[in-house]
Ligand binder design. Structure first.
Ligand code: AMP
Length: 397
């Protein structure tokens, strides 16, 4: 079990605290269109204000690729954060991120003040974990707090490099919550433990399937990746998504499940279309009987029932990846059925970030889940059993 020091384990009174947040929010014409990530960062910031720290926030936004791009400035985030916190968040505009302006702003801080640095990816070294920018960031602070789970699977200056030059590096509340939920689910789950995997490709979830087969009682595989399993077993999948390079892997996983006594559930029927479009001709067919010219775009009603029944008596459920092309209403039903089943079960329900988190929220089941991860890539790597560099870099308790 990961046991990292958190903001509850340190005294920040009068100290300069650099906090790496995930303020990578969607912007349209300078307006924030989804502020979930800002709201999620508030508990840590409020705690540090209450403790009398001098709080220096930083984050990346989009991919400016080492060049200051005004449309990717964090200025709108500072303005909105000021409103959400009810106190000024001073924006330290600075093309160098840690240049003369930012340094002067930090020098002028009083206890309880909050400032926000410019987009860390204005600096080319950021994504290369370069030493100079890591040192620049560290020079601003006495304590470092990492609360950005969304980038925890990357080793960048602002979440990993900086910790080499600061004595105290801890995790914030949001990061702690992610570690607790994902870590407990994978390493110490209440059983029965059911994992549901979907999405487009087997290849992007190879290690996840392999690792989860060592941990779960039931593994459910739906979505585009299920057709590779069907084809590997000799079924007809028409023009469905398929990765021939992974036939053997699929067969190996079926064998592993059998050897481990893990129930591996695959679709028994599919909703298929004669084109990749919402308005194509559609029908339901048994798995393995998809005619040429047709493709599987969702699970069918019988499968929905089997998958939903499988989570009813579970105590822990982890879900990553949609059951079909949920972006098209004609093929969203399977994903919605699984979301509903998770909303109805008494189990601890954990949604990996990315598409599954988006689907759960769009379909209106967000507040029914125990935990929706804020990191798609990061939660996937957690489920793979990998150590996340952003988590590993924090001090152990
Ligand atoms: P991933 O990023 O691997 O989780 O994949 C998510 C994407 O998989 C979504 O955009 C879905 O539309 C897509 N997807 C799910 N099922 C299918 C399918 N049967 N055929 C094609 N794409 C699919």
């Amino acid at each position: 079990m990961l046991n990292k020091k958190s903001v509850d384990d340190i005294n920040v009174k009068g100290k300069k605290v650099l906090v790496r947040c995930d303020f990578n929010v969607p912007l349209q014409n300078g307006k924030i269109t989804d502020e979930n990530r800002l709201v999620a960062a508030l508990p840590t910031i409020k705690k540090l204000i209450a403790d009398g720290g001098r709080i220096i926030l930083c984050s990346h936004l989009g991919k400016p690729k080492g060049v200051p791009k005004p449309e990717l400035s964090l200025a709108p985030v500072a303005a909105r954060l000021s409103e959400l916190l009810g106190q000024e968040v001073k924006f330290a505009a600075d093309p160098e991120v840690v240049g003369p302006n930012a340094k002067a702003a930090v020098e002028a801080m009083q206890d309880g003040d909050v400032i926000l640095l410019e987009n860390t990816r204005y600096r080319a070294e950021e994504t290369k974990n370069g030493e100079a920018f890591s040192k620049d960031l560290a020079s601003l602070c006495e304590v470092f707090v990492n609360d950005a789970f969304g980038t925890a699977h990357r080793a960048h200056c602002s979440n990993v490099g900086v910790t080499q030059f600061v004595d105290t590096a801890v995790v914030g509340y949001l990061m702690q919550k992610e570690i607790d939920f994902l870590g407990n689910a994978v390493n110490n789950p209440e059983r029965p433990f059911v994992a549901i995997l979907g999405g487009a490709k087997v290849s992007s979830k190879i290690s996840v399937i392999n690792n989860l087969l060592d941990k779960v009682d039931t593994l459910i595989i739906g979505g585009g990746m299920s057709y590779t399993f069907t084809k590997a077993q000799g079924g007809n999948i028409g023009d469905s998504l398929c990765e021939p390079d992974y036939y053997q892997y699929a067969l190996d996983m079926l064998k592993k499940a059998e050897e481990k006594g893990v129930k591996l559930l695959l679709p028994v029927d599919n909703k298929i279309g004669d084109a990749f479009s919402n308005d194509c001709n559609q029908q339901i067919v048994p798995t393995g009987e998809i005619p040429d010219g047709w493709q599987g775009l969702d699970i069918g009603p019988e499968t929905e029932k089997i998958f939903s029944d499988a989570v009813k008596d579970a105590k822990t459920v982890v879900w990553n990846g949609p059951m079909g092309c949920f972006e098209m209403p004609s093929f969203a039903h399977g994903t919605e059925a699984v979301a509903k089943a998770l909303a109805d079960t008494d189990a601890t329900t954990i949604i990996g970030g990315g598409d599954s988190a988006a689907a759960v929220n769009i379909l209106g089941y967000g507040d029914k889940m125990t935990h929706i991860s804020t990191g798609g890539g990061a939660s996937l790597e957690f489920l793979e059993g990998k150590e996340l560099p952003g988590v590993a870099a924090a001090n152990d308790k």
